[in-house]
Design a binder for this molecule. Sequence first.
Ligand code: SF4
Ligand code: SF4
Length: 431
Amino acid sequence: MAEKRDFLDELIDLQSDWRALSDLPSNMVDSLVGEGDRPVFNPADYKEKPFANSNKCLRVASGREDVCSRCLDVCPVKGALRIHNKSVLIGDDCRKCGLCAAVCPTETISTRRHAPRQVYDQIARVASAYEQCYVTCTRALKRVPKGNEVVLACVGAVPRDLWFSLLADYDNINVYLPVGICDRCRTTTGEEVYTDAIATAEEWADAVMGLEADESAMDHEYTRAYKRSQFVSGAIHSAERLVSRTNPALAGAKAVAKKVSDHAKRLDQLQRDLESAVGAKASNNRQRVLTQGRKLMMGALQHDEGLADFIRLEAPVCDSSLCTMCGDCAQVCTTHALDLDRRGNVTVKNAYCVGCGACVIVCEDGALSMEPMDVHELVIPDKAAEELARRKAEAKAKASEYMEKGKQQLGRVADVLEKLDDGSGESGSEK
Ligand code: SF4
Ligand code: SF4
């Protein structure tokens, strides 16, 4: 439902009309400026060669080729990525599409600027400030992006769990890809990767991602909240009643930055809460690894626990009557979600398990099998939000208590006044 407009909206519209008029001369100057002075679109600026932390690779940990080959299968350049001598190697012929990083369950492969949390923040900033946010690729856009366009080397570089958390937290995220663009792309595996990832994320988040194929239909409006915070800050400045040193042009951006940084703090707190509840280390003293994708997913679930009903995940279950305690499963699990303790019990901490199935593959005794897990286990109560809600409820209860007391006192005063009035009436009639 459209939000009700008020006087402030009218003022904002008037101000932007006035700005458009006063900008006319500068627009004319712009058109006379030489090409060299304008920002230039260079696809290489949006691409980044990934690096690998081979210690996290399931194939390296197990020394077996049948355990995982997701990165090798998805790489569009034959031989650009190799796993050799216990190392994941990325050659100079890498196309920098980011697909290997997106499909690797353990986040063995990553990039500095496009790690899941950074991409989340980048898209969240845009989705908070603009009516619509568009995620696209260098091939589709072919120009310097506008404020609400997020350009990636390939749309397939966004992992499933990241799409899920974005769809769960925002309802204005779209993919912009002209019809048929992927058919002519040399990153031949990208379309399949993003189709799978987005379809699963939509199912899990019970939401639909917008798809825009026509560039002229894209909307570049700021959100109402963003425009209002900029306008109010500007008004405070022009009235010379400076209550803060915030530049009015940055006021909206500052509010958005705070929202993103609050989200990051909440995720870090979530990890600390998880570690104190489940234990940060496995029995071999190895630090358990919570992938960025899983952390983002858990952050979204903390906000909306009901979404756990839509998510389908599997985790290993051990039949202890078949287990010979060889320890192969614990050795291959590079997130250290699976633990074989000194008494020979296999335990799995589902929050850390990425469902790769490597432990099941390496178990020669058939003691492990992948079974559907209860996703509600991934919901970590947000203690700060609970405390805030408790304080709000307390304040509300106190306010209604005072209101009730006030009403009673007013009632008593009214009674007294009525009696006085009756008394004066009676004495008047006696005269
Ligand atoms: S996808 Fe990741 S875990 Fe699997 S082989 Fe490649 S680097 Fe190793
Ligand atoms: S416990 Fe989970 S993360 Fe570890 S190897 Fe098994 S399926 Fe993979």
